[in-house]
Ligand binder design. Structure first.
Ligand code: BTN
Length: 337
C-alpha cells in the first residue's frame, strides 16, 4: 500500500484519508477509478486495494464498471481523517493521536503533555486495555464500543480553579447527549453523566501544577456508545448504560466526538470573557444532585445531609441535620435513600 502523504490544513494526510475525502467530496455521486488514481497519483490497482481495505473497516462502497465508486455509508471509525472531516474547532483536536488499542489514553496524554505537546492535542483510541476511572477504578473500554479520549489543556488559571474545568467538561458532555436521549441526561456530582439512573459517561481530569499555575490538564472522557446491556460485565450491568441502550439506535462515535469538542471549546473560550458563572449556572440546570440526601467524605468522619446547591467556586453545599452547611470541594458522594 502506498504511504504517500499530502498536506491539508497543516496536517499530513495519508492516501487512505485522502481517498475517503474524495469519496465524501463526491456528495452522493459516482467517482471514477481513473479520476481517483489521478487525484491521488497512484495506479487504479492501488485505488482498488485501498477501496477493499476501507470496506474491511466498515465503509459501504459500491463499485460498478465504467462508473467507478460510490460511497454509500462511512464506517464508524475514529481514524484521524474521519475526525478531521467533521471537526469545527479552532484549537481542540488540532493534533490527533489515534491508537487502535492502548492501555489508557490518559497515560499517553500525560506523557505527551510532559514532553511539551501543545494545548488541544487529542488522543483517541478504539479500545483500551487499562482504561482508568476515578478512585483507581477500571473503565470498561471494549473495541468499537465507546469513545475513549483524552485532551491536553493548558488553561491560564490558578490551580484552585481546576475543579471548575471538570464541571465545564461535564456540561459540554451532557449537552452533547441531550439532543439524542429522549428521557434526558443529568450530571451527577462532580461530573458523571446519568441516564435513567445509570451511568453513561465519566470524566477523569488529571492536573499537573506549578506553585500558582497549571502546567497541563488531561481531560479524559469515557462515553459508552455501542455497548449493548448484555455486553457489560455482570457487576456493571445494573449501574451502567450506553447510547444504544438509551436511544435504541447505534451512535456515530465520530459525530459525538466532534460535537463534544465544539461544545467544549465554546464553553472553554467563554471563560476568558465571562468567567465560570455561566458554566456553574448551566451545571445547576443539568444536575440531579441538588436536593438529594448524600454522605460525603469529611476530614475526620463522613458527613450526611441534603445537597442544597453549588456556589460560584463550584463547591457543593451540604446542609447537615444540625442546620450547618458544609462545603464539599471534591470527592465522591454516596447517594442515600
Ligand atoms: C470515571 O467516571 O470514573 C472516569 C472515567 C474516565 C474514563 C476515560 S476513557 C478515556 C480516558 N482514559 C482513561 O484511562 N480514562 C479516561
Amino acid at each position: 500500500m502506498s504511504q504517500r502523504r499530502a498536506r491539508s490544513g497543516g496536517e499530513t494526510l495519508n492516501t487512505r484519508d485522502q481517498l475517503v475525502i474524495h469519496l465524501k467530496g463526491a456528495k452522493g455521486q459516482w467517482v471514477s477509478g481513473e479520476a481517483l488514481s489521478r487525484k491521488l497519483d497512484i495506479t487504479r490497482a492501488a485505488v482498488w486495494k485501498h477501496i477493499c481495505r476501507l470496506r474491511e473497516e466498515g465503509y459501504v462502497i459500491d463499485s460498478y464498471p465504467r462508473k467507478g465508486y460510490f460511497l454509500r455509508a462511512a464506517a464508524d471509525s475514529l481514524l484521524p481523517g474521519e475526525i478531521r472531516h467533521g471537526l469545527r474547532t479552532r484549537c481542540l483536536g488540532c493534533r490527533i493521536e489515534y491508537r487502535h488499542e492502548v492501555d489508557s489514553t490518559n497515560r499517553i496524554a500525560k506523557e505527551l503533555a510532559m514532553g511539551g505537546e501543545p494545548e488541544g492535542t487529542l488522543i483517541v483510541a478504539d479500545s483500551q486495555t487499562g482504561g482508568r476511572g476515578r478512585k483507581g477504578r477500571a473503565w470498561f473500554s471494549p473495541p468499537g464500543g465507546g469513545l475513549y479520549l483524552s485532551l491536553i489543556l493548558r488553561p491560564s488559571l490558578h490551580p484552585v480553579e481546576a475543579p471548575k474545568m471538570t464541571l465545564l467538561a461535564g456540561v459540554a458532555l451532557a449537552e452533547t447527549l441531550l439532543p439524542f436521549i429522549p428521557t434526558g441526561v443529568s450530571i451527577r456530582w462532580p461530573n458523571d453523566i446519568y441516564s435513567r439512573g445509570k451511568k453513561i459517561a465519566g470524566i477523569l481530569m488529571e492536573v499537573a501544577t506549578e506553585i500558582d499555575t497549571i502546567d497541563y490538564m488531561v481531560l479524559g472522557v469515557g462515553l459508552n456508545v455501542n455497548i449493548p446491556r448484555e455486553d457489560f460485565p455482570a457487576e456493571l450491568r445494573r449501574r451502567a448504560t450506553s447510547f444504544v441502550s438509551e436511544t435504541g439506535v447505534p451512535g456515530r462515535r465520530v459525530e459525538l466526538l466532534t460535537d463534544f469538542l465544539s461544545r467544549l471549546e465554546e464553553w472553554y473560550l467563554g471563560i476568558d470573557k465571562k468567567g465560570f458563572s455561566p458554566v456553574i449556572e448551566r451545571w445547576r440546570e443539568l444536575t440531579d444532585t441538588i436536593g438529594k440526601r448524600v454522605r460525603a467524605a469529611w476530614p475526620d468522619q463522613p458527613v450526611q445531609g441534603i445537597v442544597v446547591g453549588i456556589d460560584e467556586d463550584g463547591t457543593l453545599l451540604l446542609e447537615c441535620p444540625d442546620g450547618s452547611v458544609r462545603r464539599i470541594l471534591s470527592g465522591e458522594l454516596e447517594y442515600l435513600k
